[in-house]
Design a protein around this ligand. Structure first.
Ligand SMILES: Cc1cc2nc3c(=O)[nH]c(=O)nc-3n(C[C@H](O)[C@H](O)[C@H](O)COP(=O)(O)O)c2cc1C
Length: 199
């Protein structure tokens, strides 16, 4: 599914977004629009040069070892069924990976952080180290983890600019989360970021 084109004109200044950013652990039930989801995914890994490959977050050697998966709850995003979607930056599309509302399973895999299941959207950031260790060896793993941090901050600030709130979660059972999302074991989850309206 092609996502709405990203917009570049929110009224919130960068400084306000940085000042306002907090890890939020309480979300209301209000659904997100597809445009908001599009914008969040674009801020995480969107292509930011016309006709080029370079993305919203920096990547060592421009090798882009990261993937973003959107976990959407039932009735939580206008125009999207509950399920897990994979984001493809090259054409700014998402494709379904699994159906159903699995937010509780995700929260359980994150050491029973049940607050995460309230968020309409959870963005899972994974890395496939093989895409970067070919060039950088073991050091590529460090680079991928640093890249995850950049992506996470972009999501935080984009959420702020959209009037949304986000959280960040690094405490999870890797194997369990991989199983719940249904990705291959070559992808290591590094962060999960719940996003929604703050309650
Ligand atoms: C790598 C990383 C992992 C984190 N993991 C969790 C987590 O599993 N659960 C949680 O509630 N907060 C988690 N946090 C959020 C921190 O607790 C939070 O950033 C810190 O308390 C500072 O608050 P602030 O983000 O609101 O400024 C994590 C933060 C980072 C950077």
């Amino acid at each position: 599914m092609r996502l709405p084109d990203p917009q570049y004109a929110e009224d919130v200044s960068l400084e306000r977004a940085i000042r306002g950013r907090r890890t939020i652990r309480s979300y209301g039930g209000k659904a997100l629009s597809l445009r908001q989801v599009s914008q969040l995914l674009w801020s995480a890994q969107g292509i930011t040069e016309p006709g080029g490959l370079k993305r919203a977050a920096p990547s060592a050697g421009a090798l882009y070892p990261m993937d973003i998966y959107a976990v959407v709850g039932a009735g939580c995003v206008e125009g999207l069924d509950a399920g897990i979607y994979h984001y493809k930056p090259e054409d700014h599309t998402i494709s379904p990976l699994r159906q159903g509302d699995i937010r509780r399973d995700v929260a359980d895999a994150c050491l029973w952080q049940t607050w995460m299941a309230q968020a309409p959207l959870n963005l899972v950031i994974t890395s496939e180290y093989g895409r970067i260790t070919g060039k950088y060896g073991q050091r590529g793993i460090r680079y991928a983890m640093i890249e995850a941090g950049h992506i996470g901050q972009n999501i935080f600030l984009q959420a702020q600019a959209l009037g949304l709130a986000a959280g960040i979660v690094g405490a999870f059972d890797d194997e369990k989360l991989i199983r719940v999302i249904g990705i291959t074991k070559t992808h290591e989850p590094l962060l999960v970021m719940p996003v929604g309206y703050e309650r």
